[in-house]
Design a protein around this ligand. Structure first.
Ligand SMILES: Nc1nc2c(ncn2[C@@H]2O[C@H](COP(=O)(O)OP(=O)(O)OP(=O)(O)O)[C@@H](O)[C@H]2O)c(=O)[nH]1
Ligand SMILES: [Mg+2]
Length: 283
């Protein structure tokens, strides 16, 4: 058997790119945004796995007290540490997106459950014409070993709820591994602070953008405990879906009344006398 040369497992000292490797990306730059709250022990399972052709890695630190920032700088000297404005994963991601300079933004977690080696599977569909590449643990080829039955049921119910209101054939709603063109950020107009951020993002993307689902595997977090509290955070997701539905109906109603008003304005305007004149000419 021919021995296949192995890729080095660690980064080059800076995020300098190897040109031939990224010719397929053209001139586009890719940023990776990673929210992290006390993930010092997990970062060694994440940062060295980021492909070397990534232009920029931003770690949004949630006031960690376990040396997360130092570990990140040691593992990846070129990393940008971004302080978060506000509290929660949603606030962290919004700070990271605002600071990112890439044309494409990839978001993934710092706990070792989302594998940076999957990044090309997200970037590919974007280059092929999608606006938003949405990770899914339940699409064919995806999976999870990090989801309790209760969370699985909750996610399934949320998917069905959103499908009933907006349609679509997507398979996952509350997953933290996505990628999108930075230019769509104004369309998403993100405003959530907590774990509902992914739901808000996905629901808006599904309504407004060209979305492709990417099968992804979510592994167990390597060390530490989850920041997510199943029931309070699940309730935040329910409220976020309710808000999106209300906003969508309000928008539809406003569009409907605007259409009706312009139709009436057309009837009462120059159109009507012209028709009457035409009838007289016919007499
Ligand atoms: N900066 C920042 N990061 C956060 C905050 N809350 C969570 N995170 C990060 O967001 C990512 C996802 O959080 P987790 O606690 O793993 O939540 P989860 O993935 O839903 O839960 P598990 O499946 O149990 O891991 C991790 O990288 C966290 O460190 C926060 O308030 N600020
Ligand atoms: Mg996690």
């Amino acid at each position: 058997m021919v021995a296949v040369p192995q890729e080095p497992a660690t980064h080059a000292p800076s995020l300098g790119l190897v040109e031939p490797r990224r010719s397929w990306l053209g001139a586009y730059r890719v940023s990776v945004v990673i929210p992290a709250k006390n993930e010092a022990k997990n970062l060694p399972h994440v940062l060295p796995r980021i492909p070397e052709w990534i232009d920029e890695v931003l770690l949004v630190d949630g006031n960690s007290t376990d040396g997360t920032r130092d570990v990140a700088r040691r593992l990846l000297p070129a990393i940008r540490i971004v302080p978060q404005e506000g509290r929660g994963k949603g606030a962290a991601l919004r700070s990271g997106f605002a600071a990112a300079t890439g044309d494409i933004i990839v978001m993934l977690d710092a706990d070792g459950s989302t594998d940076p080696a999957e990044i090309p599977a997200y970037v590919g569909p974007l280059l092929a014409g999608a606006d938003f590449a949405k990770g899914s643990r339940f699409a064919q080829g995806g999976g999870t070993s990090d989801m309790s039955t209760v969370r699985r049921l909750g996610n399934w119910a949320f998917v069905k709820m959103v499908q009933a209101c907006f349609g679509g054939r997507f398979t996952d709603l509350c997953y933290g591994y996505n990628a999108f063109w930075a230019r769509v950020l104004p369309d998403l107009a993100l405003d959530g602070d907590g774990f509902e951020i992914e739901t808000i993002m996905n629901v808006r993307a599904l309504q407004r953008l060209k979305v492709v689902e990417v099968p992804s595997f979510e592994a167990d977090r390597v060390h530490g405990v989850s920041n997510l509290r199943t029931f309070p955070d699940g309730w935040r997701v329910v409220k976020a879906i309710g808000r999106e539905v209300r906003q969508s109906y309000r928008r539809d109603w406003a569009a409907f009344t605007a259409r009706r008003q312009s139709a009436f304005a057309g009837l009462a305007g120059p159109g009507l006398p012209a028709r009457i004149e035409a009838e007289h000419i016919g007499d």
